[in-house]
Design a protein around this ligand. Structure first.
Ligand code: SAM
Ligand code: DTB
Ligand code: SF4
Length: 334
């Protein structure tokens, strides 16, 4: 049984109030508002679109770990850095489904499967689509993050019933090439367009604490908000510094700046789920509480993310109790 209380949310109650095209200047103005004004504004928007005490819970599994050809400077799984993560093959479908069953019994309503690929090979698509079908049959929403996708691969995933595809833009267009050189910002946008075109919901966000400027953070959110349709889900990761990676010694982001960025995400994308993603292990309860106040309404649960630590059930259950938060429960999937 889950330690989290659950509640039912009717997605159709969520008001569609996208702001339209918010410019960088306007977004910077909002980011720099006096903190209390920013908190008030973000929370008011959050409250008018969501139940402020309900948090969606996802569980992650790395279905293919390590040995990745890309050189993302933050990642434990890139073959370009001596991070100590061993490369392994794609997991068996049955193994993934038995892990998914445990996640569902622990209260997760969405199961996210990640692979350390630049892009999937067509020969892997059969196993991948079997994972999607199997997890859906367990009554959970499905999410995958497999790297860049062609229109054909996107259509196959849509056909299997994939609910969400996670593909982060990670930072601003300006800063992108300082973090990753093996692909471009435009490559990322192209996959997001392929996924959208296939009818899969989009999960796209980024990482804070990589040495980016305030302008970079704000610009990343403006790019996301101004996509033809904003992402339904926006993960905001705080960098987990990985020993051996290029960003092992990056200066941590100040918690107030982190909260400001989450608040701006909520204001620019009023009806999207904003996920407080990687980095919660090193975040105080107070910082997390402020993030939930300004509009974060989704987390990853469990002891592990893909390769790195996550707070785990006991700490999260205690935090939820103290804050009076509940896990959101899904409508039955048909
Ligand atoms: N290979 C696929 C890709 O890059 O799209 C999927 C997996 S990748 C690990 C998913 C996302 O996790 C990245 O885009 C990045 O935003 C986030 N991430 C990876 N390592 C991280 C770290 N050390 N700290 C915070 N976020 C991280
Ligand atoms: C996302 O934005 N964050 C998750 C998920 N999408 C796939 C991944 C976080 C990874 C953290 C580092 C690790 O576990 O290796
Ligand atoms: Fe590979 Fe994804 Fe890690 Fe980049 S973030 S190195 S693409 S697993």
């Amino acid at each position: 049984m889950t330690p989290f209380d659950t509640m039912s949310t009717h997605r159709s109650d969520v008001r569609g109030a996208s702001d339209g095209n918010t410019g960088l200047k306007e977004a910077l103005f909002i980011y720099n508002l006096p903190f209390n004004d920013l908190l008030h504004r973000a929370h008011t928007i959050h409250r008018s679109n969501f139940d402020p005490n309900a948090v969606q819970m996802s569980r992650l599994l790395s279905v293919k770990t390590g040995g990745c050809a890309e050189d993302c400077g933050y990642c434990s799984q890139s073959a370009h850095y001596p991070t100590g993560v061993k490369a392994s093959k794609l997991l068996e479908v049955e193994h993934v489904l038995s892990e998914a069953r445990k996640a569902r019994d622990g209260g997760a309503t969405r199961y996210c499967m990640g692979a350390a690929w630049r892009s999937p090979k067509d020969r892997d698509m059969e196993a991948i689509t079997a994972m999607v079908r199997g997890v859906r049959a367990l009554g959970m929403e499905t999410c995958m993050t497999l790297g860049m996708l062609t229109p054909q691969q996107s259509a196959r995933l849509a056909d299997a019933g994939l609910d969400y595809y996670n593909h982060n833009i990670d930072t601003s267009e300006r800063f992108y090439s300082e973090i990753i050189t093996t692909r471009s910002f435009v490559d990322r946008l192209e996959t997001l367009a392929n996924v959208r075109e296939a009818g899969i919901k989009v999960c796209a966000g980024g990482i804070l604490g990589m040495g980016e400027t305030v302008d970079d953070r704000v610009s990343m959110l403006v790019t996301l908000a101004n996509l033809p349709m904003p992402p339904e889900s926006v993960p905001i990761n705080m960098l987990i510094p990985i020993p051996g990676s290029m960003l092992a010694n990056a200066q941590p982001i100040n918690p107030i700046d982190f909260v400001r960025t989450v608040a701006l995400a909520r204001i620019l994308m009023p009806t999207s789920y904003v996920r407080l993603s990687a980095g919660r292990t090193d975040m105080s309860d107070e910082t997390q509480a402020l993030c939930f106040f300004v509009g974060a309404n989704s987390i990853f649960v469990g002891e592990t993310l893909l390769t790195a630590d996550n707070p785990g059930e006991d700490r999260d259950a205690a935090l939820f109790r103290r804050l009076g938060l509940r896990g959101e429960q899904l409508e039955p999937i048909v």
